[in-house]
Design a protein around this ligand. Structure first.
Ligand code: NDP
Length: 466
């Protein structure tokens, strides 16, 4: 039986980084993958999604280019060309992941890995390797990095719906799509399908999309939804899906019905745990997730760790990578690196995109007296084309210390701008630092250094209650 210092289950962003860094530090490392080298982000998440966002943006840009003198008219979009090109790119990235792991000296197992006991793993046949013989290995340390999968609502007719995994491989682009859920996946795919020419019904149970984001940003993003040609159905809880001769009917509580060609459930994700046989290793699962300590990725069983979406904490690729990297260094290398998880920037690739770093106004107001700075303007890029939709920027500043607790933006390139600002926020940026920074003209980003007067002062929410 082969023995390793570290065995990683799942070759997604977090698992691959953990395996590679451990191997580079001299450990004997193996990794098992059952489906896609590179995991969700590369195959069924961030990367193909962003390529599809670009596809939707090109259509809008061709449209706008006429105002700048280009004699062009957007023709129909060819879905097959996009999907084939996207698949070729993903295949190229899969290859890079495999060669990167091999180069680092990591042993690769293709198949479905599951626990035999706390130090033993068995790898059997899987989708990627249906004919693989069962192999058993032992390891001093085992990392569970199996990621998550889309969650389907438990409603009658749910089997008729697609989830994000399917959306990347549809044979044809549906002319009408009803998207359930207004988290990241729901709103991003609403933008993609609408941008490519589909009629989109956006169905969600809150008053505003993107629960958890800053309330004011949610209101501004909601204003952009109809400008993208998307029909919103806020306050709508889905009840059942019915197959009809024309397509599907989505029935919503209260009697509303939506006729469509495709129902897309973007209703959250859950950790991939079922096939792992965690009970044989004694790993505890609470509410469907492995509970770990963020600082050391430890589970309740010594020598077994969990990182990334399987822990259901941040559910973001860069945080999974950071967790994997830190764990590998802690086990086999020099420690000392630190990551500021609290200032993890986030982006929603809608049109226009929304990006944030730090606290929302609502979170910050729980403990701080705040100065809130906001600015709303039409981006210069839209001036000649007349495209509608305002950019909006917001700074959440602690009144006393002047520390910037949160920065939020909706507008062109906001993810690129907020990534830069995230460095400053992580380093303890104050409003005074922004005030003494010279703007870069003419950009949208310069607005962050020219907001002089607070839009409002906000007392801590504990004061409001008294
Ligand atoms: P989210 O958790 O972000 O959103 C889930 C949506 O489904 C919410 O609108 C939620 O409504 C709704 N929902 C959940 N249960 C029900 C129900 N029973 N009935 C009706 N609606 C329901 O999940 P996503 O699927 O959008 O994304 C999954 C994860 O993937 C996210 O956590 C995110 O971190 C990650 N991701 C990140 C991206 C990025 O960084 N750009 C892009 C895509 C995904 P409600 O708000 O009312 O609960």
């Amino acid at each position: 039986m082969q023995e390793f210092d570290l065995f990683v289950i799942g070759a997604g962003s977090g698992g691959v980084r953990c395996a590679r860094i451990a191997a580079q530090n001299g450990a004997r490392v193996a990794i098992a993958e059952r489906r896609h080298w590179g995991g969700t982000c590369v195959n069924l998440g961030c990367v193909p999604k962003k390529l599809m966002v670009y596809a939707a943006e090109y259509g809008r840009e061709i449209d706008d280019a006429r105002a700048y003198g280009w004699d062009v008219t957007p023709g129909p979009h060819d879905w097959r060309t996009l999907i084939d090109a996207k698949d070729r790119e993903i295949e190229r990235l899969n290859g890079i992941y495999v060669s990167m792991l091999k180069k680092a000296g990591v042993e690769l197992f293709t198949g479905d890995a599951r626990f035999v006991d706390a130090n033993t793993v068995e790898i059997g046949p899987s989708e990627l390797a249906p004919d693989t013989a069962v192999q058993t290995v032992r390891a001093k340390n085992i990392v569970i990095a199996t990621g998550g999968a889309p969650t389907r609502l438990d409603i009658p007719g749910a089997e008729h719906a697609i989830v994000s995994d399917d959306a990347f491989h549809l044979e044809n682009r549906p002319e009408r799509v009803a998207i359930i859920g207004s988290g990241y996946i729901g709103i991003e795919f609403a933008g993609i399908f609408a941008g490519l020419g589909s009629q989109v019904d956006f169905v969600y149970r809150q008053d505003l999309p993107l629960r958890g984001f800053d309330e004011e940003m949610r209101r501004h993003i909601a204003e952009l939804v109809p400008l993208n040609g998307i029909t919103s159905h806020p306050g709508s809880t889905p009840e059942r899906i019915e197959k009809t001769s024309e397509g599907y009917t989505l029935h919503v509580k209260g009697g509303k019905v939506i006729e469509t060609d495709c129902v897309f459930m973007a209703t959250g994700r859950h950790p991939n745990l079922t096939s792992l046989r965690l009970d044989l290793a004694g790993v505890e699962v609470t509410d469907g997730r492995i509970v770990t300590r963020l600082e050391d990725a430890k589970t309740n069983v010594p020598g077994i760790y969990a990182i990334g979406d399987v822990t259901d904490t941040y559910n973001l690729t860069p945080t999974a990578i950071a967790e994997g990297h830190l764990l590998a260094e802690r086990l086999f290398g020099e420690t000392g690196r630190e990551w500021s998880f609290g200032t993890t920037p986030k982006a929603v690739f809608f049109s226009q995109p929304l990006a944030s770093v730090g606290l929302t106004e609502e979170e910050a107001a729980e403990h701080h007296t705040l100065d809130i700075y906001t600015s709303s303007f039409t981006p210069m890029r839209q001036s000649l084309s007349g495209r509608k939709g305002k950019a909006f920027m917001k700074l959440v500043v602690d009144s006393k210390s002047q520390v910037v607790l949160g920065a939020h933006m909706i507008g062109p390139d906001s993810p690129e701008i907020i990534q830069g600002l995230a460095i400053a926020v992580t380093a303890g940026l104050t409003k005074r630092d922004l005030d003494r920074t010279i703007g870069l003209h003419p950009t949208s980003a310069e607005e962050f250094v020219t907001m002089r007067t607070p839009t409002r002062h906000v007392p801590p929410s504990s004061d409001k209650q008294n």
